[in-house]
Design a protein around this ligand. Structure first.
Ligand SMILES: C[S@@+](CC[C@H](N)C(=O)[O-])C[C@H]1O[C@@H](n2cnc3c(N)ncnc32)[C@H](O)[C@@H]1O
Length: 208
């Protein structure tokens, strides 16, 4: 998907975000796995900044001006910057104790993003990623059916927001878990990649 399209989609989605979005189970996974040392924490693709606000990140960036404007409105005391992740990371080698990113890295070249993140982590720093993966195919049918049924029961987002995400998602492609593990294994030896029920995976890596 083109960068301008991503920006436009998320500017529109920002205007539809509920005032107090509920934390997803994977957001809670991020909170539970923050490292003890976190003097400098970066969130990549912060959206309206809900997680950044709860964590107290040092920096939080997003490509979409609409998302950043909304994040600043909701938490004026925090630092939110409209920036592309590659430009931001290139200027900040060995800077962060923790870098986290939720539902964002599938928009960019995954291998290039991991290499850039790796450079910007301090030795001993931690990367936490939550993102979507491709679980299509007949062998996943039972698991997908269960996930669909439970997702319907848990549904809390406004209808217009769901529609906007659905339209954005129609142009997206995701890596399979196998591809994610291969790329992460090469870029970040020892990275732990785990699937979750709702089409997302978690990745945790500690930089030696
Ligand atoms: C699905 S939203 C997720 C937002 C938030 N993390 C959440 O979970 O609600 C993906 C976000 O990634 C941002 N994004 C996409 N490509 C980016 C890039 N190259 N650099 C920084 N942010 C990017 C989009 O603008 C969008 O706000």
């Amino acid at each position: 998907m083109r960068r301008q399209q991503i920006e436009a989609d998320f500017d529109a989605i920002a205007a539809l975000m509920p005032a107090t979005p509920a934390l997803a189970p994977t957001d809670r996974w991020v909170l539970a796995h923050l490292p003890q040392r976190r003097d400098a924490v970066l969130e990549i693709g912060c959206g309206v900044g809900e997680l950044a606000r709860r964590i107290g990140t040092t920096d939080a960036i997003d490509l979409s001006p609409g998302m950043i404007a909304e994040a600043r409105r909701r938490a004026p005391e925090r630092s939110f910057t409209c920036a592309d992740l590659f430009a931001w990371l290139a200027a900040r080698p060995e800077t962060y104790d923790c870098i986290l990113s939720v539902a964002t890295l599938h928009h960019v070249d995954f291998a290039a993003a991991l290499a850039a993140i790796r450079r910007s982590l301090r030795p001993g720093g931690r990367l936490l990623v939550v993102d979507l993966y491709d679980r299509s195919g007949i062998r996943h049918l039972p698991l997908n059916a269960l996930a669909f049924a439970l997702a319907r029961l848990r549904r809390r987002e406004p209808r217009a927001l769901r529609r906007a995400y659905r339209e954005h998602g129609a142009h997206e492609t995701y890596l399979t878990l196998h591809e994610i593990r291969a790329i992460a294994g090469a870029a970040l030896p020892g990275a732990r990649v785990r699937p979750t029920l709702f089409w997302r995976y978690t990745l945790l890596w500690d930089k030696p």
